[in-house]
Design a protein around this ligand. Structure first.
Ligand code: C2E
Ligand code: CA
Ligand code: CA
Ligand code: CA
Length: 277
């Protein structure tokens, strides 16, 4: 009786209904947004320790006609739960590849890599490898300049299949970075088996690097781990010179964060890249 009571209260909770409605609205909105070209990619620069621009993380932006800019933190989870992440993620890959081709002949931008966030739903789909290879082929983008960001949590499911997919893409030149590293759960043996190129230290650890002894130790360990596994290590969320300097002392060679630049629309990113030459 108690459980039924709780259920009925839940069912008639107006805030719950509002949530359900807004989720349905969001889903319909994402569909419409894809049709109407409301999505765009912004690019956040990545630098090496000697100040060279080496890459850009592509971050999805939704210019909603009524609501303005909607954060990916709001719509990615809805896109994942509804399956819309597949068409959306496919668009992201196409757009990133188009951008690589547009930058191909540029003296500065022609040599940088674009990192694309891949959701678990996308990666675990049986056609992911073929679809990506098709996008690469049709766009004419150089696979060596495409890096995929995966998270630890998505790699614990279907480990063998995922390793096979990564290996197949890596043979074509696609790189892999392990995003939000340190927040999930990876054993050393397992990490060693993954065909990775890069570890990306989660911004949460970078944020408290100077004030939290545990985070200092974790960051130090991740950098050492990357070195011993011969992976490049990039720190994200670098906001201050102090953070950069401590990271450099620990042996981190690549950086991304507001200290350098926020994610920028393509034209602004291009301008930034050129002014720094
Ligand atoms: P993420 O992959 O961990 O991306 C890093 C987030 O940190 C981005 O937020 C970025 O704008 C923000 N950021 C960068 N530098 C700094 C800094 O110095 N300080 C702070 N406080 N934040 C910084 P954003 O763009 O809102 O993206 C949020 C999340 O949405 C991403 O987290 C990623 O998980 C997801 N996402 C974004 N684009 C895509 C996409 O195309 N596909 C998928 N599947 N997920 C995406
Ligand atoms: Ca990322
Ligand atoms: Ca991240
Ligand atoms: Ca994150």
């Amino acid at each position: 009786a108690k459980a039924a009571g709780r259920n009925s209260v839940r069912f008639f909770d107006p805030s719950m209904q509002a949530q359900v409605r807004s989720r349905a609205e969001l889903e319909a909105g994402i569909r419409r947004g894809l049709d109407n070209g409301e999505f765009e990619l912004h690019y956040q620069p990545q630098y090496s320790d000697d100040g060279e621009l080496v890459g850009a993380e592509a971050l999805l932006r939704w210019q909603h006609p009524e609501r303005g800019m909607v954060s990916p933190a709001e719509f990615i989870p809805v896109a994942e739960a509804s399956g819309l992440i597949r068409p959306l993620g496919h668009w992201v890959l196409e757009e990133a590849c188009r951008q690589l081709v547009r930058w191909d002949t540029d003296p500065v931008l022609g040599s940088i890599a674009i990192s694309v966030n891949i959701s678990a739903v996308q990666m675990h789909h049986e056609n992911f490898v073929n679809e990506l290879l098709n996008v690469l082929e049709h766009s004419g983008a150089n696979a060596r300049r495409l890096k995929l960001e995966l998270t630890e949590s998505m790699l614990v499911r279907n480990v063998e299949q995922t390793i096979d997919k990564m290996a197949a893409l890596r043979r074509r030149g696609v790189g892999f970075s392990l995003d939000d590293f340190g927040t999930g759960y990876s054993s050393l043996i397992y990490l060693k088996r993954l065909p990775l190129d890069q570890l990306k230290i989660d911004q949460g650890f970078v944020h408290d690097l100077l004030h939290d002894a545990n985070d200092t130790a974790i960051v130090r360990t991740v950098i050492a781990l990357g070195q011993s596994l011969e992976l490049s290590v990039i720190a994200e969320g670098v906001e201050t010179d102090e953070q950069r300097s401590v990271l450099t002392d620990f042996g981190c060679r690549y950086f991304q964060g507001y200290l350098f630049s926020r994610p920028l629309p393509a034209e602004a990113f291009e301008a930034l890249a050129h002014e720094q030459v």
